[in-house]
Design a binder for this molecule. Sequence first.
Ligand code: NAP
Length: 488
Amino acid sequence: MVSRVIPVASFDLVIFGGTGDLARRKILPGLFRRYCAGQMPPEARIIGAARADIDVTTYRDMIGEAIAEFGGSTSVDPEDLNAFLQTLSYVAIDARGETGWRELAKQMRRKVVRAFYFSVAPGLFGDLAERLNNHGLTDDDSRIVVEKPFGRDLESAHQLNQDLAAFFDEGQIYRIDHYLGKETVQNLMAVRFGNMLFEPLWNSQFVDHIQITVAETVGVGGRGEYYDKSGAMRDMVQNHLMQLLCLIAMEPPARFDPDAVRDEKLKVIRALEPVEPHHIVRGQYEADQDNPEEHPDYRTAVENPKSRTESFIAMKTHIANWRWAGTPFYLRTGKRMVARSSEISIVFKDTPHSIFGEEAGRHRNVLSIRLQPNEGIKLGVTIKEPGPGGMRLIDVPLDMTFADALGPDGAENVDAYERLIMDVIRGNQTLFMRGDEVEAAWAWTDPIIEGWTNRGDVPKPYASHSAGPDASAQLMRRDDRDWREVTP
Ligand code: NAP
């Protein structure tokens, strides 16, 4: 199966922070792949902007090296790379200063889509928005793309929204959550709303519980200072895990269009119940016993011996509406865990009665949606164990792993960033967070964080390469349930 690539309209994309880690690791290698796939028109222009006083040749060399390093598994054709690099230019600009803006204006063309990617610290979003406006660089069709973290609480997120709203309409603001750009996340919606099979069962009558796990094997690395002020709740739950929860739990939107989808997601966030303190487990990883020098414990890694920030969190929450009343949602995410794995599992209830007798065995149907690695969807179904010896039931997966089901061409590995940047140019906001969604998510998160801060809770230590603190397993066992195994 060969995937169809429809080129997007011509554009000028300015990347503020064009020399930074995100631009070099994700944004520009992603654009290069879209260029090679024929989706980025050859006449489109990319303009890197940052304070460093470098010339365009140095910038192109820097990005060429980044693409060679982070461009993905496929080999880079030097001719393609060279042609792509010719689409790049560079302007030295300080987001808080006045130099460079005139040069940027000179480089930008009329009658093409103008997009501005704010790949800089959120403290600069307002400055950039204001200067883009003051220097007449934007029109009603221009778009801005902003990165997480979008605030650290409701107040700061509201302020950021206001800073941007002073110069841009909501329809021009693209708040990235790259989890929404993942192929499987969109497939989750295709499976739910494109089949008759699942939606009638998608409620508390048939679903026992839902679990979402985002496990990382890495520690905080070089991001210790940022991470220690944030923690797993702000860094992962408030955005990525909540977005996944929304897509699973939302009512069917009338249309697959940005506001219809985002209205339904917002309703889910607003229906989330507050989380009871005994339904939360926080943890901090211990040193890696095999390599404690290189992989020290969390507090050493963040250079804060008294830190109470969590590198792991597990929690149980409920959605107070007709569809989900009584169905728990279990969320879990952490660093330095046993395997890198992001998975959503819809665990269905037992059949009401076993005609084969309990000795034949009983298995619950589980629909697992795997985001990384090995993106795909599996449905566990019960069949008879082959062979003689009576009726014994076993659980086998109906495997919809895309690489196997669709063949090498159908499973083209489009990175989330590539897809989302192309959506910006197409003007499609469906997979981006709306301002009210972000604020509602913080409104749910803030009291939970305040609660443990006021109680003076200390995170529980957990072994590196484990599934988190024992208390996390107990959170499930108390309900007679288990976490799904974290497998690579
Ligand atoms: P980074 O490596 O520190 O890069 C920051 C970029 O901003 C550099 O190009 C820097 O260049 C530029 N910059 C800093 N101050 C500036 C100013 N006053 N005016 C103009 N440019 C300025 O950061 P990053 O990791 O790329 O992250 C960028 C944003 O994406 C942050 O908001 C981060 O939270 C978010 N994010 C990053 C990742 C990731 O994987 N890296 C993932 C998710 C979200 P100069 O110093 O030369 O100005």
